[in-house]
Design a protein around this ligand. Structure first.
Ligand code: KIV
Length: 285
């Protein structure tokens, strides 16, 4: 394994990558084998995203995802990740009531689940105060602006954000305010690449894009989208590197066919009794 693949990724390490203009590579993961693969492939950040709700748990959107579900999956991923920085996504309504509850919920990602940081969506005035409170409690925070899926009911649809002047200016000031509040990185989701470039140039902390073009300091995708395991609509920004849905579908069909036709399990997949044992038990029948 190359030496750079064995060095543990830290938050200052991500900052250094921005300064050296070295790309940050991030991906989501939700279970042990996938987190192990992602870690072994030398990725820098594994986000246990609340996209979990849609790609693993079968919810229509991310709103129903609970703290217990996020802690459960983050703990599994952190167990597998030896090198990558694990970030736990704070689900809807885990950071909306009070500062105390937000800090408590976030602390669970570090204390119980083994994450190194949390991510929260949005940058309202109240949210910025919460970010400050989290950092005061030694909990590193990743911000998330542009398209914020937990706002789906307010936004009405998943679409590119920041195409109009007022929207673009709002996203720029959201990112800058998050940096001022102390986040170590900002996710830019589904915004025009020109806007992502401006934000990336303005921010000192790294930007990580998803549907935000090539100028971000790093990139992230949802694992299931990248490997073609999501069976449904995929946004334009997803590059599908393989079609696991098709591959697994064929494997399961072949398995069924083999059983129906008696091709499986044949001798290669079966055990034998010694002849004397067989004789003995046959006699006793
Ligand atoms: O939940 C998630 O996976 C995310 C990424 C899309 C950034 O927030």
């Amino acid at each position: 394994m190359p030496k750079e693949f064995t060095q543990k990724i830290t938050i200052p390490g991500l900052q250094a990558k921005k300064e050296k203009k070295e790309k940050i590579v991030a991906l989501t993961a939700y279970d042990f084998p996938v987190a192990q693969i992602v870690d072994e492939c030398g990725l820098d950040v594994i986000l246990v995203g609340d996209s979990l709700g849609m790609v693993v748990l079968g919810y229509e959107n991310t709103i129903p995802v609970t703290m217990e579900e996020m802690i459960h999956h983050t703990r599994i991923v952190a167990r597998a990740a030896k090198r990558a920085l694990v970030v736990g996504d704070m689900p809807y309504f885990s950071f909306h009531l009070s500062e105390e509850e937000t800090v408590y919920n976030a602390s669970r990602f570090l204390k119980e689940a083994g994450a190194a940081a949390v991510k929260i969506e949005g940058a309202s005035k109240k949210r910025l105060k919460l970010v400050e409170a989290l950092i005061e409690a030694e909990i590193p925070v990743m911000g998330h602006v542009g398209l914020t899926p937990q706002s789906i009911h307010r936004l009405g649809e998943f679409r590119v954000r920041g195409k109009k002047v007022h929207e673009a200016e709002k996203i720029i000031s959201d990112a800058l305010n998050l940096e001022k509040a102390g986040v170590f990185s900002v996710i830019l989701e589904c915004i025009p690449l020109e806007l992502a470039r401006i934000i990336t140039e303005k921010l000192k902390v790294p930007t990580i894009g998803i549907g935000a073009g090539p100028h971000c300091d790093g990139q992230i995708l949802v694992f299931h989208d990248l490997v073609g395991l999501s069976n449904g609509y995929l946004p334009k920004f997803v590059k599908k590197y393989t079609d696991l849905y098709k591959i697994i579908n064929q494997a399961v069909k072949d398995y069924r066919e083999d059983i129906m036709t008696g091709n499986f399990p044949d001798d290669r997949y079966s055990y034998h009794l010694k002849s004397e044992v067989l004789q003995e038990i046959s006699r006793k029948k």
